[in-house]
Design a protein around this ligand. Structure first.
Ligand code: FAD
Length: 406
């Protein structure tokens, strides 16, 4: 519902409903999944979202893997803008390699997807409140957290035994709870994207272009969404870039799709360095707030769903046992490290290498790829075969691989 200037709501039920077992701050994919899992585990849950419309503003290219998504939710066809059947990799000089990967994934309609995930949390028993911003979290009496909230001119306090911070990559919840959530500029993908129309895209084949002059420390993407529309964006490392992400994107768009119409612009960041601590006393961080996105690609939807689900389940169990101490909640961090966190940390090291690759390196990698992918689809190729082929293609890559294994 759009916010109007003359109607700051008089609904104060959110203060009356306190205390809750669990308050989840942020109704992105991570928060909604955490709220859903905690509610399914028997907790009384309040999910709050500062914006008046869940999923808006959108800050995402909306690409997601089909099999991994199905591990967390039954996919509703209305979430899907377009199917992904492969990918096109483009070198700095413009050479292209097309890889077939039938049924690989989707380009989502995240505005619909995010809203439905919140609805699923509500169906599981969570209360959902939009237009309610958390402005502080502090320890209160009887082991309860006090979550200070604001809605327009109104202020209130919600008490909760446990708080889940799902408030995105600039998470304030973690900071309020005393966790060090600072990031240096080099530890962020700085991104900007247009939804464009009238673009001559190859439907079902997202396109990725690397190059120091195109997207230093990152890449440019084209994610087709059907009917000649596409999410076209760049992600860069602010420390290696000479210009703003927007300047790189404008140049890329003018060259790649001259005449394409810009329908919507979005600016955002993705953390590229994993968060050290994900828990505190009565506190869990999930999704971008916990910095669980892939440090290389910046993809974070699936790990938002995974971390939200895991945290919600462990929160519910801890609440049932009456122990929400940091020591009890460390089970979430341990489980995360064991299953996914280790891989993210390794990928963060690979990103360090990625940042050092030259345009000549990208051209050489594309050469290897074009030979490997010349025949058949990618499913018939073992990913380790690809890595092995790249590493053994030049002494420079061998040296890099040795560095990674140290
Ligand atoms: C340009 C760009 C393109 C991307 N493309 C992809 C992609 O193609 N595929 C992919 O997998 N990932 C992609 N990502 C990453 C992905 O969007 C995120 O990893 C994902 O949205 C994380 O989900 P989340 O729930 O943790 O956080 P978010 O989706 O950021 O949700 C956080 C929510 O918390 C709310 N909030 C914040 N503070 C408060 C507060 N104080 N009180 C109440 N509510 C609050 C916000 O309004 C927001 O709704 C992209 C990111 C960017 C920036």
């Amino acid at each position: 519902m759009p916010q109007t200037t003359d109607s700051p709501t008089r609904d104060i039920s959110w203060t009356e409903a306190s205390p809750h077992d669990c308050v989840v701050v942020g109704a992105g994919p991570a928060g909604s999944m955490a709220a859903r899992a905690a509610a399914e585990g028997g907790a009384s849950v309040l999910l709050i979202e500062e914006d008046w419309e869940i999923g808006v503003p959108l800050v995402c290219a909306e690409g997601v893997g089909k099999e991994t998504l199905a591990q967390f939710v039954d996919v509703d066809p209305k979430w899907v803008a377009s199917r992904v059947e492969g990918a096109i990799f483009v070198s700095p000089s413009g050479r292209r390699v097309r890889v077939n990967y039938p049924d690989a994934g989707y380009i989502l309609e995240r505005k619909v997807f995010d809203r439905d995930l919140a609805a699923l949390a509500a169906a599981a028993g969570a209360r959902v409140q939009v237009g309610l911003e958390a402005v502080g979290v502090s320890p209160g009496e009887n082991g309860l957290h006090r979550v200070e909230v604001r809605r327009g001119d109104e202020k209130g306090t919600i008490e909760a035994r446990l708080v889940i911070g799902a408030d995105g990559f600039r998470s304030r919840v973690g900071r309020w709870a005393g966790l060090d959530t600072r990031l240096k500029p080099g530890e962020i993908h700085s991104c900007v994207q247009y939804l464009v129309a009238g673009a001559d895209v190859e439907e079902h084949y997202p396109e990725f272009t690397a190059g120091r002059e195109i997207a230093p420390g990152g890449y440019a993407w084209v994610f087709p969404k059907g009917r000649g529309t596409a999410n076209v964006g760049v992600g860069i490392s602010p420390v290696t870039a000479k210009q703003s992400a927007l300047e790189y994107l404008e140049r890329f768009l003018d060259q790649r799709f001259p005449g394409a119409m810009r329908l919507e612009r979005m600016v955002g960041g993705v953390p590229a360095k994993p968060q050290e601590r994900l828990v505190g006393n009565g506190l869990l961080l999930v999704g971008d707030a916990a910095r669980v996105a892939d440090p290389i690609s910046g993809a974070g939807i699936i790990n938002a769903l995974a971390s939200g689900t895991m945290a919600g389940q462990i929160a519910a169990a801890a609440l049932r046992e009456g122990d929400v101490s940091g020591r009890r909640l460390a089970a979430y961090q341990d489980e995360w490290e064991r299953t996914i966190g280790k891989d993210i940390r390794f990928r963060a090291r690979i990103r360090d290498v990625f940042l050092k690759l030259t345009d000549a390196d990208f051209e050489a990698i594309l050469d290897v790829g074009s030979k490997l992918f010349a025949k058949g689809d990618v499913r018939s190729i073992d990913p380790y075969q690809v890595v092995r082929a790249i590493i053994t293609s030049s002494p420079r890559f061998l040296k890099i691989a040795r560095h990674l294994l140290q």
